[in-house]
Design a binder for this molecule. Structure first.
Ligand SMILES: [Zn+2]
Length: 468
């Protein structure tokens, strides 16, 4: 059972029945996520994260050889692809040979869905997953249950770096419709006790309901919060604007699934006083990176390979920027080999060492989605605007939209104190940091719409890329 299957009945059920369904859903999920495979993997991961560079390299090369051999033998798409390229598994002996295979695009996955499923695995044992994607085109793929467990072991290794445990109660801020948006009386939360979790969906974090939500959070001593940074950010600014405080704030906030913006991090930390740590991953579960206690993203090298494709020349700090392309080790039932995730990443200078001692490659940041950038009159591509809003305390949320070349529209959800001065400051910052020639207009909105999965987009381009 999942929320999609029952979405038509769920909103009409009484609250106790909704809680029971959340419990049941959680129980079913917990069986897949946290079974024997999870425990074994987590134990391995807490050891392997301290491996030397040599060990990491030989582990990844061995995993690539295994995956390529398996895909060639059992996955029709890769068998045909390698034949057409006159390649045999022996041609790809490790990371350095991966370039011989082309990048796998989302469109390739859509076009070759059946051919990407391993012949060796019974489909009924697999879990059908989908991503909604920012372009509105969904993507379907299969996951084997052991890959789900592996993915959650990666997630829990990150959390355990900060000292939390599986038995700790937490609040999860979600985009799922756990509490129907039409509900006008508390409780605006549901319990998935089977996962030690209270669920609060973004639709209710509004000025009129925030008092009830904060009372609830104050009543329970949640050790940590998890969720999209944009949702926890909405909690922080809405709570602050209402003059409410969280008396027992969580010690940690674990964010993921969206690129965290500087002003979001700042507002969350100011309001909650918690330690905020982030992960980067993709729904397709073929690569990712998690922050260490030094707040540096390290590749989760056990899970897959992350390549920086079409890299820019190194900047003055030795950092390179390029497309994130992932090869996942955990899910041979539906292998993603050299899969273009759709994000741009910035990698740290490979010669640098992290103070935490981990040797896995480091990412400085994930810049944004490949398609979501603004083009300046100087023909520069800008993906992040968050530093523009860093000094402006009166912006609750902002989105930059480019509808035509030479201009941008700044869509803003204002805080009560917002004034003309703020508008001037933002225009000045854009002229200074982005381009003095860019025409800037403002639009004031009550909220910024989310995508299908509830994700927030900081930059939206409506310019057809073929026209450029
Ligand atoms: Zn580190």
């Amino acid at each position: 059972m999942n929320f999609l299957d029952i979405e038509s009945i769920y909103p009409h059920l009484p609250i106790f029945a909704q809680n029971a369904l959340c419990y049941g859903y959680g129980l079913k999920e917990a069986r897949v996520r946290f079974g024997k495979a999870f425990r074994r993997k987590l134990e391995e991961l807490t050891l392997s994260e301290h491996w030397s560079e040599g060990c990491i390299e030989s582990y990844q090369d061995e995993k690539i050889r295994e995956l390529i051999e398996y895909a060639y033998e059992n996955v029709p798409y890769y068998h045909n692809l390698m034949n057409s390229l006159k390649l045999v598994p022996a041609d790809i002996r490790g990371r350095k040979n991966l370039y011989k295979l082309p990048v796998l695009t989302k469109e390739d996955v859509r076009q070759n869905f059946d051919g990407l499923v391993s012949k060796k695995i019974n489909k009924r044992r697999l879990i059908l997953k989908h991503t909604s994607g920012t372009t509105g085109k969904s993507l379907h793929f299969y996951m084997q249950p052991s890959a789900v467990a592996f993915q959650w072991a990666i997630c829990w290794r990150h959390r355990m770096r900060f000292g939390v445990e599986r038995s700790d109660w937490h609040a999860n801020f979600t985009g799922k419709l756990v509490v129907p948006p039409a509900q006008t009386k508390p409780p605006y939360w549901r319990w998935a006790s089977s996962m030690q979790q209270a669920l609060i969906n973004m639709h209710h974090i509004t000025p009129s309901k925030i008092k009830d939500i904060i009372c609830f959070l104050n009543r329970y001593n949640f050790k940590f919060y998890t969720g999209y940074p944009s949702i926890i950010h909405t909690l922080a600014v809405t709570g602050k604007d209402a003059g409410l405080t969280i008396n027992s704030p969580p010690r940690f906030v674990f964010t993921g699934a969206e690129n965290i913006l500087d002003y979001q991090r700042q507002d969350i930390q100011d309001y909650l006083g918690s330690i905020l740590t982030d992960t980067y991953g993709c729904t397709e579960a073929c690569g990712g990176a998690s922050q260490c206690p030094e707040f540096v993203y390290h590749e989760d090298f056990e899970f897959g390979i992350m390549e920086c494709v079409d890299p820019s020349p190194a900047d003055k700090n030795g950092r390179i920027k390029g497309k994130i392309v992932c090869t996942g080790f955990a899910n041979p039932a539906f292998p993603f080999i050299r899969y273009e995730v759709g994000d741009i990443g910035i990698w740290e200078d490979a010669a640098k060492m992290c103070r935490c001692g981990r040797k896995a490659r480091m990412l400085v940041n994930v810049e944004g989605r490949i398609d979501d950038y603004v083009i300046t009159p100087e023909n520069r591509k800008i993906m992040r605007f968050d530093y523009i809003f860093k000094g402006t305390k009166n912006v609750k949320e902002a989105q930059i939209v480019q509808e035509k070349l030479g201009a941008v529209k700044v869509r803003i959800v204002r805080r009560p104190q917002f004034g003309v001065q703020d508008e001037d400051d933002i225009s000045r910052q854009i002229a200074k940091w982005i381009s003095p020639k860019l025409e800037v207009t403002f639009e004031y909105v009550n909220e910024i719409e989310r995508g299908n999965s509830g994700k927030f987009s900081a930059v939206v381009s409506k310019i057809k890329r073929d026209a450029l």
